[in-house]
Write a protein that binds this ligand. Structure first.
Ligand code: BGC
Length: 294
């Protein structure tokens, strides 16, 4: 009898475990800390697929098998003609995000055509398209060429908008200036909507991240950041992109963010989806954002 009771109890424990998972812990237990990051030119997308895809679902989605994540994170990357960078980014980021026990999906938002690049408008389109795919409540906006050098830098949302890329190698592992909000940032759905999303009118390189910083401050929020050890990043070296020249007009717009932010943002966003392709490593969304020619 005793034996029967014991085995009956055991069966019940197993059943409970498989149906009700606990919340994932605040500090993921499998993080390793500092990482060695090297951009080897021989790396291919097929190699990355072979290593990582068994753990993913179509579209570049992951959910921890053993706990319930506290947030549903959309990783959004503004993209054009950087296929080699994408390989390195996927190679490093997927294992990091998996160790961070995130429920996440990677969205690559590809600007169609040869017009002037617009990072912030692509990010806005990424927000809208990600929301059509899943009930995301946290958005991490990242450049394609930035890889974190420490997996304790969590790709999730905090009580205030988060700036993650605080110590890039190209800035000698320091913030270039105290209001810097470039590279990689994370905003919850509520924080993003509170600032009317990002500006759509910063064509070419520069300034859009400073405008986003202004929006956050004008809406009474502050910036959360990791420390300079956990916030280290390695940037993939590259030549300046064609059709993404520094735009001298952008800096001049920054004094007017307070007046422009309610009119220019997610509320005024216009774009057309050309194609959505789901790879095992990412969802690739090509959009026409009505870019002017240079
Ligand atoms: C630009 C930002 C850029 C930063 C660092 C600033 O002058 O306005 O967009 O992120 O420099 O390169």
């Amino acid at each position: 009898m005793k034996v029967l009771n014991a085995s009956h109890e055991e069966t019940q424990v197993t059943t409970t475990k498989s149906t009700t998972l606990g919340r994932c812990p605040d500090n993921p237990p499998t993080l390793v800390g500092p990482l060695h990051v090297e951009f080897e030119s021989k790396r291919t997308l097929d190699q990355v697929r072979e290593i990582i895809s068994p753990r993913l679902q179509e579209g570049g989605r992951y959910k921890p098998p053993d706990c319930v994540s506290q947030q549903k994170v959309a990783i959004i990357i503004a993209f054009r003609n950087r296929h080699e960078h994408l390989i390195h980014w996927l190679y490093y980021l997927h294992p990091i995000l998996i160790r961070q026990q995130l429920d996440y999906t990677v969205y690559i938002v590809n600007q169609d055509g040869e017009g002037v690049f617009n990072r912030a408008k692509l990010m806005n389109a990424g927000y809208v398209e990600a929301m059509k795919q899943y009930d995301h409540d946290c958005f991490v906006f990242s450049d394609i060429d930035l890889v974190p050098m420490d997996d304790r830098n969590l790709y999730r949302c905090f009580d205030n908008p988060r700036h993650l890329a605080v110590a890039m190698d190209k800035f000698n592992f320091h913030l270039p200036y105290s209001n810097f909000f470039g590279g990689v940032s994370a905003l919850s759905k509520r924080q993003y909507l509170k600032i009317n999303g990002f500006p759509n009118t910063f064509w070419g390189w520069g300034g859009e991240d400073d405008d986003i910083y202004n929006r956050i401050v004008y809406r009474g929020m502050s910036i959360s950041r990791p420390n300079l050890v956990m916030g280290k990043y390695k940037m993939i070296k590259h030549k300046r992109d064609l059709h993404n020249e520094p735009n001298p007009k952008n800096a001049g717009k920054l004094s007017r963010t307070r007046q422009t932010m309610d009119k220019d943002g997610i509320s005024s966003l216009k774009y057309t989806v050309k194609e959505i392709k789901k790879d095992i490593l990412y969802t690739f969304i090509t959009v026409d954002i009505e870019a002017p020619l240079r």
